[in-house]
Design a protein around this ligand. Structure first.
Ligand code: DGL
Length: 292
């Protein structure tokens, strides 16, 4: 298999948000060549049906296969929720979605606060430790309408631990707010409270950020959920899982030559370049339009 190791990692998303996953993968795997496809002509996926999203996802994979990839990461949560199983049946290449890594990350907190949770000042209170023996872990998943309606996260959590109590909240306004750059703004915080207050009132141990865009709202969400709720970033978890999978299969790129990062979009590159550069905090180069 290792003669495949020189190939690129393929990543696709409905549009720009998957750059959060791209960024985490490029951090954890700085030697890998990455090829990203953003289906910007057909975004959003979050409001579309399972059948449509699955059809788009299959076309996206077919495109990436032509780019000589060794593994495909479905960065889009909605596509992962609706289509990962269909993709894995249809194609023989390893395909990794964001749901399973996010779920594993949420269950790992089982007892400990997440690394993202600030430590209490010394001499003050102890963080509450959810103890699976004495009470159920309460996990909330936030995502697009499609992701929440699919219950993909809930099912995946229950497959691993039937005792977990899972709630799901669709937060459709978050995607445009992030693309507008309103990550830490007062209005965004109010909207987040509006979506999440009821769930927070019932008590929560962890919240899974089940959408490509949400990691950019982490500091606003931290203010809204308080210090004790672990925020699980599925982009980070997926990057870690990608590295483990490549390592296990002997597919890590050996060469120390500078890796290439290429971007393809199905609409014109201009908006992707502009908004994507803001999301990544660096200028995006190498963006090309493709018809798929
Ligand atoms: N990429 C999508 C997701 O993570 C969000 C944007 C969309 O609705 O297409 O679910």
């Amino acid at each position: 298999l290792s003669e495949l190791s020189h190939r690129s990692i393929g990543i696709f998303d409905s549009g720009i948000g998957g750059l959060t996953v791209f960024r985490e993968i490029s951090k954890i795997l700085p030697r890998e060549d990455l090829v990203y496809l953003g289906d910007t002509a057909r975004v959003p996926y979050g409001t579309k049906s399972a059948a449509t999203v699955t059809r788009y996802a299959i076309q996206n994979v077919r495109f990436l296969l032509k780019e000589d990839v060794k593994l495909i990461v479905v960065a889009c949560n909605t596509a992962s929720a609706f289509a990962v199983e269909a993709l894995q049946k249809e194609f023989s290449i390893p395909i990794l979605g964001v749901i399973e890594p996010g779920v594993a990350g949420a269950l790992r907190i089982g007892g400990a606060a997440s690394p993202d949770t600030p430590k209490p000042p010394s001499g003050s209170f102890e963080l509450a430790k959810p103890d699976s023996h004495s009470r159920q872990l309460k996990i909330c998943v936030i995502g697009t309408e499609g992701t929440i309606a699919s219950e993909a996260y809930t099912k995946a959590l229950h497959r691993r631990d039937p005792s977990v109590r899972v709630s799901g909240v669709a937060c459709p306004l978050f995607v445009p707010l992030v693309e507008e750059g309103w990550w830490e703004n007062e209005i965004t915080q109010q909207i987040a409270r509006h979506y999440l207050n009821e769930t927070l009132d019932r008590g929560l141990d962890a919240m899974i950020l089940g959408c490509t865009h949400y990691p950019l709202l982490k500091s606003t969400l931290r203010k809204v959920v308080g210090e004790r709720v672990a925020l699980v970033d599925s982009a980070e978890e997926t990057a870690r899982e990608t590295a483990l999978l490549l390592d296990k299969r002997g597919l890590l790129r050996e060469s120390s030559a500078r890796p290439t990062h290429r971007f393809f979009v199905t609409d014109s590159p201009e908006r992707f370049q502009r908004v994507g550069s803001m999301l990544l905090g660096e200028t995006l180069l190498n963006v090309r339009h493709v018809e798929i």
